[in-house]
Design a protein around this ligand. Structure first.
Ligand code: FDA
Length: 306
């Protein structure tokens, strides 16, 4: 309920204007976003890698409506991958890509071709790409594009969202040898017809999906900050005889950083999802929607500009 209200408000241009210009916003953005430029992304990546963590970098931007913006997004990823390579960071850092930033909503073929160029560049410098998953209207298209990309770039990562009723079946399809699959709860506002609505049902679905991925032949990427699910994932790894290098934990930059370091120190691979860029609004609103405590910021931001 809380989440749907915030995510619905987030679609209002007026709210976007208010939040973007509120004085308190900058501090909150800084907590979740590495900065605006590739240099910022690299600086944060290096400091995380120095602490024993790995990284997936996301250039912020989604739902582009113009072909030239899609080209700009692709070119940014190509520059980012070159910079990671020049910085000697490609063994520890990969990239996460949203197909909607590459024009998926108005030209799927173009989005596929741009994603292909990014996968080829990633392979050239010795790293990988994961395709973020967006709202449910894009799931089929994203999985189809993933399947095409995997013909030439089999290590391209998939993302599945436990809140979708379809996801257990998708996990079964995806739990194949070498298949990198990130399991998350899901961050969008989705109707009951396609998604579980209660936290308990989402958590139960997460565990069922985790069982499929952990017992399967792929490489599970357990994306959650939820302490119970982290403990269950550790348990399942023991049940299914997976060593710490046969799956990984993933968390967002700025969320539970001490837990990220604790797990890394215990020998697990922990990948931090680091977002950078100027188009932080949608990303920030999803982070606020995930945690009622962040509502205080949201209200302060509105009050201070009205
Ligand atoms: P939950 O939301 O229940 O949080 C558990 C605990 O974690 C909270 O009690 C709190 O302590 C802490 N926490 C969680 N979120 C917080 C926040 N924003 N601020 C402060 N504390 C917070 N979604 C999607 O739809 N498509 C995608 O491609 C991805 N990709 C992705 C990559 C990675 C690496 C992660 C970690 C997450 C995603 N997500 C995503 C987001 C995901 O779907 C989900 O919305 C968030 O991870 C929050 O869910 P949790 O599993 O952490 O549980």
């Amino acid at each position: 309920m809380f989440r749907s209200v915030i995510l619905a408000a987030a679609r209002s241009p007026r709210v976007e204007r208010l939040v973007s210009t509120a004085p308190v916003t900058r501090d909150v953005v800084r907590r979740f976003v590495a900065g605006t430029a590739i240099a910022d992304a690299l600086r944060v990546t290096r400091s995380l890698v120095d602490e024993g963590l790995t990284v997936s970098l996301d250039h912020l931007g989604e739902d582009c409506h113009l072909a030239e913006d899609a080209v700009r997004a692709r070119d940014e990823y190509l520059r980012l991958l070159q910079a990671l390579s020049d910085g000697g960071l490609t063994t520890a850092a990969e990239v996460s890509v949203k197909l909607s930033a590459l024009g998926q909503r108005f030209d799927e073929q173009m989005a596929y071709e741009h994603a292909r160029a990014i996968c080829a560049a990633a392979e050239d410098v010795g790293t990988t790409v994961t395709l973020d998953m967006e709202d449910h209207t894009t799931t089929d298209s994203t999985l189809q594009i993933l399947a095409e990309l995997r013909k030439d770039f089999p290590r391209t990562g998939a993302v599945v969202q436990a809140y979708l009723r379809r996801t257990e079946a998708d996990c079964r399809e995806l739990a194949t040898p070498g298949s990198r699959v990130r399991l998350c709860k899901g961050a969008y506002s989705e109707p009951e017809s396609v998604a579980y609505q209660s936290d308990l049902d989402v958590d139960k679905s997460y565990v069922r999906c985790l069982n499929i991925l952990m017992s399967g032949e792929g490489y599970p990427m357990v994306a959650t900050h939820d302490p119970r699910l982290i403990a269950i994932a550790q348990d399942r790894a023991r049940w299914f005889d997976r060593s710490p290098d046969e799956f990984e934990f993933q968390m967002l930059y700025g969320v539970r950083p001490a837990e990220q370091r604790r797990l890394a120190a215990a020998g697990y691979t922990v990948r931090v999802y680091v977002a950078y860029g100027t188009q932080w609004y949608g990303y920030l609103m999803r982070r606020i929607a995930e945690r009622p405590a962040n509502l205080a910021f949201f209200l302060r931001a509105l009050r201070s500009t009205s």
